[in-house]
Design a protein around this ligand. Structure first.
Ligand code: IMP
Ligand code: MG
Length: 181
């Protein structure tokens, strides 16, 4: 698997140090409150597990599953919610967790959907954000790292459902990415 990478961007220990900082900030910002984390599956699984254990607050966890990529490296723009019932967000402080902010379609759709269910507050936390012009305006309230517009895998992020188990994050070699044409 390592041979499929062009280069490693963030080692596990670098990610953990950043998570220590983000979790400290979240714990401070939500002091005295109960937080409801909504993790977007499957990409945020590893991130969520490492981050939530660092947050020192009473916390509820819910997960959401959406499809927008269909296993390719290009977004379709269409976001499909895979479960029938949405998590109960009414009057709660919601923190949406996702692996990466790319075109913005996924997070914008999730944020809008949860917003309409009456949360007390709603914020977004992503591990990675690509430096690019987004199709939908979404800003992360908490961000791990900004990266160039390249396709990355590992630490939960996949290409065609592979590489999620790599402990670090790296750039996938370009020639391994099938074009959508
Ligand atoms: P968006 O809707 O274009 O912002 O895409 C967000 C989703 O696309 C993420 O939750 C990821 O699942 C996937 N994605 C976008 N860029 C990458 C990448 O570089 N590597 C792996 N998955 C990605
Ligand atoms: Mg994915």
């Amino acid at each position: 698997m390592q041979g499929d990478l062009d280069r490693v961007l963030f080692h596990e220990t670098t990610i953990w140090s950043r998570l220590d900082q983000i979790a400290a900030q979240i714990s401070k910002d939500y002091a005295e409150k109960e937080l409801t984390v909504i993790a977007v599956l499957n990409g945020s699984l590893v991130f969520m597990a490492d981050l939530m254990r660092r947050i020192q607050l009473p916390l509820r966890l819910d997960c959401l599953s959406v499809a927008s990529y269909h296993g390719r490296a290009q977004t379709s723009g269409e976001v499909i919610f895979k479960q029938i019932a949405l998590p109960d967000v009414q009057d709660r402080h919601i923190l949406i967790l996702d692996d990466i902010l790319d075109s913005g379609h996924t997070l914008a759709a999730i944020r809008d959907k949860l917003q309409s269910a009456g949360p007390r507050s709603i914020k977004v936390c992503v591990l990675l954000s690509k430096k690019k012009k987004r199709d939908r305006a979404v800003d992360a309230d908490y961000l791990g790292f900004e990266i160039e517009d390249e396709f990355v895998v590992g630490y939960g992020l996949d290409y065609d459902e592979r590489y999620r188990n790599l402990p670090y994050i790296g750039v996938l070699r370009r020639e391994l990415i099938k074009s959508d044409e």
